[in-house]
Design a protein around this ligand. Structure first.
Ligand code: IMP
Ligand code: MG
Length: 190
């Protein structure tokens, strides 16, 4: 295969991507690191990964394969964005978990922690179901953007204050399929 725009490079052939932030290898390194941490922290225990759809589906698929031991997965879908690029703080549950989490060790798997308003809502909501423990794993962390303090134990990669897409993250449902994470050209959404 020719190399043009291959996931191993830091360039994109997509003109709508201003800059590649993390290529596939860099993402996998971060995912492996989080997987190893979770494997170690829950050794001998069962852990339930709760994925926040849709953005975190790619991260979850890779993360679960980097965890050794007894792991189960469940999904929740929330909406806080519509087609905008700013969090509204209004979170709506579109799909709830299939099974109760009472008495279980839960790790919430998120794609990106931006304002933190989505996670604040989710943590409160899941906490009310009385899990044994609850932690957060986020692939990307937008520094200095949090409007609320979130205790996030597992953090993959730092993200600048830009709108990013790829590896599950979308703008208007597009770009989730990119194997890398890149900054979207402003002209696409302004
Ligand atoms: P928060 O409530 O502001 O923390 O936003 C959380 C959600 O907004 C994430 O789970 C993403 O779905 C979405 N989001 C925030 N920033 C970005 C971005 O840069 N690109 C794509 N989606 C984003
Ligand atoms: Mg999301």
């Amino acid at each position: 295969m020719e190399n043009g725009g291959s996931p191993s490079t830091n360039t994109s052939t997509n003109p709508e991507i201003k800059q590649v932030l993390f290529n596939a290898e860099e993402i996998q390194e971060a995912v492996k690191r989080i997987g190893a941490q979770i494997s170690k922290d829950y050794q001998g225990e069962k852990v339930l990964l709760v994925t926040v759809l849709k953005g975190a589906f790619v991260f979850m698929a890779d993360l679960v394969r980097c965890i050794e031991g007894d792991v189960e997965i469940d999904f929740m879908a929330v909406s806080s964005y519509g087609s905008e690029t700013k969090s509204s703080g209004v979170v709506r549950i579109i799909k709830d978990l299939n099974a109760p989490v009472e008495g279980r060790h839960v790790v919430i798997v998120e794609d990106i922690l931006d304002s933190g308003l989505t996670l604040k809502y989710l943590l409160k909501n899941i906490q009310a179901r009385e899990p044994l423990s609850i932690e957060v794993a986020t692939l990307l962390f937008k520094e200095g953007k949090q409007q609320t303090r979130i205790a996030c134990k597992y953090i993959g990669l730092p993200c600048p204050d830009e709108f990013v897409v790829g590896y599950g993250l979308d703008y208007n449902e597009r770009y989730r399929n990119l194997p890398y994470i890149g900054i979207l050209e402003k002209s696409v959404y302004s």
